[in-house]
Design a protein around this ligand. Sequence first.
Ligand SMILES: Cc1cn([C@H]2C[C@H](O)[C@@H](COP(=O)(O)OP(=O)(O)OP(=O)(O)O)O2)c(=O)[nH]c1=O
Length: 188
Amino acid sequence: MDLILASQSPRRKELMALLPYPFTIIPSTFDESTITDPDPETAVIKIAEGKAANVAAAFPESVVIGSDTIVYQNKILGKPKSAGEAEEMLRSLSGRTHTVYTGVTLMKGEKAHSFVEKTSVTFWPLTDEEIGRYISTDDPYDKAGAYGIQSGGALFVKEIKGDYYAVVGLPAARLKRELQRFLSCFQP
Ligand SMILES: Cc1cn([C@H]2C[C@H](O)[C@@H](COP(=O)(O)OP(=O)(O)OP(=O)(O)O)O2)c(=O)[nH]c1=O
């Protein structure tokens, strides 16, 4: 059965490649800004579903994987649109613990299964110099919460509870198990 990863993220592609299933990539054109729920769990699922449905509509015979990652610290933090927004996000994360929500939807035609992986991340207190240096790089701008735990943001992290790979964009181990079960529903 064809498997499609509905994502333009190079990190999700890398993590998906760890699974023992061949797949192709067809990025979704779903507009995330149409989802405005303030509750992070609801929002991340709706966006993951939207991304999967957008591609599944064109490929009804394939199993499509849609995914979304958001950072939550009193409010939802998506990707920063400016240096000012990145600075504001990093200041709000400094010296505190936030939650990263990664939602995944598996979809084939009308059938869908979604799950959310929650990871708790604690930052060291960040200095003005650290924040200033980081927001002057390209790193924060394509990432939820304005940091990449796998890149420059590695230097901010004091503690993490949960799946590191979910923070990077895809909970690989859980995805393998959920996908195995989902695919078995279509075996004769
Ligand atoms: C918190 C955090 C997020 N991220 C990334 C994961 C996601 O790619 C991105 C959040 O944006 P998303 O909207 O989840 O994904 P995307 O636009 O990159 O890709 P697509 O919608 O096509 O699947 O932030 C990191 O790479 N490292 C981190 O530490």
